[in-house]
Design a protein around this ligand. Sequence first.
Ligand code: CDP
Length: 224
Amino acid sequence: MKKIIITIDGWSSCGKSTLAKQLARHLHYVYIDSGAMYRAITLYFLRNHVDWTNGAAVDEAMTHIRLEFMTNHKTGNTEVYLNGENVEYVIRDLVIAEAVSEVAAVKAVRDFAVARQQEMGKSKGIVMDGRDIGTVVFPNAELKIFMTADEAVRVQRRYRELYEKNPNITLEEVKQNLAKRDYIDSHRAISPLRQADDAIVLNNSHLTMKEQLQIAEDWVKERL
Ligand code: CDP
């Protein structure tokens, strides 16, 4: 059976990873969360006090970072490892979200992440979500989805996720973080978030998970 590359780009917290996981499970494809790579690099920088505005410090730090994805056989999901440590849970923290967009705007960081993402896509059969996957990482992908959802819906979704880990979090903090990241991500000089010319828009504000999967599956069928 022919295997394709599926890219899902879009704004923060619009459900890209949920759809990517659904599709990967259905198609028996590999799911790669490219945002997890930027989050893991941010975690390394914060833990090791790396100043990401200092080019030499970043270059040096990148030589010590090893990122891998491994499947959690209980959940079936791929999880990210930083230098052998499973950091899938800790990188979801708001502390990481507060710094990640600045880190992800650094050229050496993007070069490192994009090279690994392209390597992982070589044998196709992959669903990858992020900001520049359809535009820069896999410009020839067979199916490109650009996801979006109303801002209030996105804030609510992320608030619910973060509240489970930290009941002290406020809706306003989450709202500010999403707005800040979306601004930086779409205005940075290198690989800004934008809809690829050949991407299809999926607005899931009023869709159930089942409905969004059905729509995306129809698009996949057309391409197979
Ligand atoms: O899950 P959420 O939509 O909140 O974000 P994420 O996918 O975990 O990505 C975290 C951050 O990494 C984004 O806000 C971007 O700054 C950066 N990122 C990027 O620059 N390029 C990508 N391909 C993926 C993420």
